[in-house]
Design a protein around this ligand. Structure first.
Ligand code: NAD
Length: 494
């Protein structure tokens, strides 16, 4: 049974620049493909470098000369709340668009859209508080001076985002940037542009001042360098792959831009002997197969202590085989297709390579669908620590498993990675969980669960998983500069 077969689609062939919907300068579009049946959903405006320049100029003008910079935090918060309300109002439609574009199951899409609205509400609150907290006194060692630390908007921010949570990833950057008082150019991933354009429509409906949020759809390889090197851009916030993150870092160095990066991961889930088997199975499956495994924090390396290994693996493989695949719009489907053909080929090639190298596949592989980019929930066991299946990100529904003897070995294996985004530990012994959590080299650590994400808590990685933290007050700080204002108030000669 399908939740809702169709909604009328909007016009996705225009860019949102300076508060107006404009065609790309060269009139180009590109196809958006439904990963479930490989059909063309719609055509999307393909911005040129000129369009990207105009978007940057609009954001610059809005920051320097527009009414935005005259607004208080409370006034900015009102816009953020109005955006959240419109997202709530259109939740079903937006979730439907995410399923078409990305392939994810509709319940997950609904969850994402509700979270997107929640993110705007959360940063509305922080924007209001900023009116009172922007300036804090600094106690100096010399009484002839007094000083305040003042937090101010960074300026023009560029957000470049991936396709795995299209609207939510936009919210993680747009909401704190607007809360801080920045203006922004948003470039969504080419695979999933529709909800970003819908965000532009919502911004227009709530009357966000022109130029504050500009949206350019198109290809990162063509627009990226313009957006990340332009001298009028003060800040670049990127979520995506490590190679593109490194490229952006080099480009942004041209004029030392403020930069935050949320990159990939290969996160470990350590399960000790004393864990409840059914709880472990549930969280392990969620940790790797949620969103088809296309999750930067997916716990894609599983470490199981010897005593529980055989029982847990039996249950895990049985449950993985039971996961229902199909159209994200069908009720009861838990695993949709991967986002596009490129990702599908890349995940299948990682699976084929592991099999060719003799690694045991307990279940999974290419799924039996005539059309669509389906990969079955896949589990490999006894994966060598130097094999790429253990060391590199697959970004698909592929779990690599190993056994371990004791706590020290588990920590060593978990931390032996170029990444450090997330890690999880499960045990009935809370003291052990707390100890292991503190020993992990990772920005996000879960105890007795994997993946729950809260707008209030910091999100980001160690090592090659990125720079900086999103969400919570840390996410707001990404878009704020700190200024020292020091006054000499003594009559004494200096
Ligand atoms: P990607 O790096 O290919 O693309 C991400 C974005 O970067 C897209 O908008 C793309 O158009 C743009 N881009 C591509 N080339 C560019 C260039 N030269 N200059 C500027 N921008 C460019 O990544 P993806 O395939 O869309 O997403 C998957 C990757 O993102 C995975 O590696 C995953 O781990 C990572 N990711 C990380 C997080 C996190 O929170 N850390 C969240 C989601 C995804």
């Amino acid at each position: 049974m399908t939740t809702k077969s169709t909604y009328p689609l909007g016009d996705y062939q225009k860019l949102y620049i300076n508060g107006a919907w404009v065609s790309p300068t060269d009139g180009a579009t590109f196809e958006s493909i439904n990963p479930y049946d490989e059909s063309v959903i719609t055509h999307i405006a393909k911005a040129s470098q000129d369009d990207a320049l105009q978007a940057v100029q609009a954001a610059r003008h809005a920051f320097d000369d527009g009414e935005w910079c005259t607004l208080s935090g409370k006034e900015r918060a009102a816009y953020l709340r109005a955006i959240a309300a419109k997202i709530h109002e259109n939740l079903e439609y937006l979730a439907y668009l995410e399923v078409l574009d990305n392939g994810k199951p509709i319940d997950e899409a609904r969850w994402d859209i509700a979270d997107t609205a929640g993110c705007f509400e959360f940063y509305a609150q922080l924007a209001e508080e900023l009116d009172d907290t922007a300036e804090t006194p600094v106690v100096l060692s010399d009484e002839r001076f007094d000083s305040v630390a003042r937090r101010e908007a960074v300026g023009v921010a560029v957000a470049i985002i991936p396709w795995n949570y299209p609207m939510l990833m936009a919210a993680w950057k747009v909401a704190p940037a607007l809360a801080a008082g920045c203006t922004m150019v948003l470039k969504p991933a080419e695979a999933t542009s529709m909800t970003a354009i819908e965000l532009g429509r919502i911004a227009e409906k709530v009357g966000l001042p022109k130029g504050v949020l500009n949206i350019v759809t198109g290809f990162g390889s063509e627009l990226g360098d313009v957006l990340t090197t332009h001298p009028d851009v003060d800040k670049v916030a990127f979520t995506g792959s490590v190679p593109v993150g490194k490229h952006i870092m080099q480009k942004a160095a041209s004029n030392v831009k403020n930069l935050s990066l949320e990159l990939g991961g290969k996160s470990a889930f350590v399960v000790f002997d004393d864990s409840d088997i059914e709880q472990a199975v549930e969280w392990i499956l969620f940790g790797i197969f949620w969103n088809q495994g296309q999750v930067c924090s997916a716990t894609s390396r599983l470490l199981i202590q010897n005593g529980i290994y055989d029982k847990l693996m039996d249950r895990l493989v049985a449950e993985a085989k039971n996961i229902r695949m199909g159209s994200g719009l069908d009720i009861g489907v838990k695993l949709g297709p991967l986002v596009n053909e490129k990702q599908y080929r890349s995940v299948l090639s990682a699976i084929n390579k592991a099999q060719a190298d003799g690694i045991h596949m307990a279940t999974g592989g290419k799924a039996d669908f005539v059309k669509g980019y389906f990969v079955a929930p896949t589990i490999f066991t006894d994966v060598p620590t130097d094999h790429e299946l253990w060391t590199t990100e697959v970004f698909g529904p592929v779990l690599a498993v190993r056994r371990f003897d004791d706590e020290a070995e588990a920590i060593r294996l978990a931390n032996d990675s170029q990444f450090g985004l997330a890690a999880a530990v499960m045990s009935a012994d809370d003291a052990r969980c707390q100890r292991v959590a503190r020993a992990f080299c990772a920005g996000i650590v879960w105890i007795n669960c994997s993946q729950p994400t809260f707008t209030e808590a910091p999100w980001g990685g160690y090592k090659q998983s990125g720079i900086g933290r999103e969400l919570g007050e840390w996410g707001l700080n990404n878009y704020l500069e700190t200024k020292q204002i020091t006054r000499y108030h003594s009559q004494q000669a200096w």
